[in-house]
Design a protein around this ligand. Structure first.
Ligand code: SAM
Length: 293
């Protein structure tokens, strides 16, 4: 258990010592030890006694316990089967926790919500994410789950900056646009690496993702929209004109310039300066005229 100081690490240290559990770094197991930060996450999530909470990766249960104290029900997905008996013991005084030994990326979340959280008035996701799959988890909730109203997520500081960034900043990229298409994101607070066991190599941050029930600015063909956005950012330093020409080669430079101007985009600008609405106008214009995929 590397350089852990028992008094600082509190319950996490005791559970690890007593259970003999060996931490699996490849599953992103960095356990949170600071009670103030756990309480801040629960408070930020705005949980009421009617709320159903989905937790990704309960680990040793440090966040699960305060979530369960505030919520109606907590539905916790943990991929590591070896944590199941430890969690059953840690959570024995939290009868409103439903533990599923399942990969969150393969779970049918909407179906689970319908059957297991049916008495809850709203669904909130709260998690200290396994960092190796931060983006797929976020996109899975935004693209496939229709039931979640907001997500309070701990992630790497650098990814938190990216997902909460504004157009025309260095952090703004295709992921930011994909998230902003369905949600608004707020950077809440930073978390130092020293409050985890084992310590990760980077500091973390907690963000609030508020999901729009429907996209504010919907694209006619969403699959094309997401793919086009990725292509527009494929070479960050190139202009939007050059990126779009490289992506869809069947038109001349002049034809592409005319199309971009027609939808109100300056052909000499870069993708990082464009808003979600700009990308949606371009995507709708291209799908209307049947650009090759
Ligand atoms: N919530 C605990 C805490 O704050 O101390 C643990 C957080 S730890 C950063 C991430 C947890 O996610 C680990 O328990 C890990 O086993 C689990 N995990 C990793 N990949 C997962 C997946 N695909 N589906 C569900 N849980 C996963």
């Amino acid at each position: 258990m590397d350089d852990m100081n028992e008094s600082e690490r509190g319950g996490v240290g005791r559970i690890l010592t007593e259970s003999g559990f060996r931490i699996k770094k490849h599953l992103g197991q960095n356990f949170l030890t600071d009670k103030n930060i756990l309480d801040k996450i629960v408070k930020a999530a705005g949980i009421t006694p009617q709320t159903g909470v989905i937790e990704v990766g309960p680990g040793l249960g440090s966040l699960t316990i305060p979530l369960a104290a505030a919520a109606k029900t907590v539905l916790a997905y943990e991929i590591d089967a070896e944590l199941m008996p430890i969690l059953a013991e840690t959570l024995k005084s939290s009868p409103n926790v439903i533990l599923l030994n399942r990969d969150i990326l393969k779970a049918d979340i909407d179906q689970d919500v319908r059957t297991l959280l049916k008495d809850c008035t709203e669904i909130v996701v709260a998690a200290n994410l396994p960092y190796y799959i931060t983006t797929p988890i976020l996109m899975r909730f935004l693209e496939t789950s229709k039931s979640v109203s907001r997500l309070v997520l701990m992630m790497q500081g650098e990814v938190a900056m990216r997902v909460s960034s504004e157009p025309d900043t260095k952090d703004y990229n295709a992921l930011t646009v994909a998230i902003r298409y369905r949600a608004s994101v707020k950077h809440l607070f930073k978390v130092p690496r020293t409050v985890f066991v084992p310590q990760p190599n980077v500091d973390s941050a907690v963000v609030m993702v508020s999901v729009d029930p429907k996209p504010v600015c919907p694209a006619k063909d969403e699959a094309f929209f997401f793919e086009m956005v990725h292509r527009c950012f494929s070479q960050r330093r190139k202009t939007i004109l050059n990126n779009i020409r490289d992506a869809y080669t069947e038109k001349t430079r002049d034809e592409w310039s005319a199309i971009l101007r027609e939808v109100g985009i300056d052909p000499s600008c870069r993708a990082e300066t464009l808003s979600v609405a700009d990308f949606v106008r371009l995507s709708d214009r291209l799908t209307m005229n049947g650009v090759e995929r």
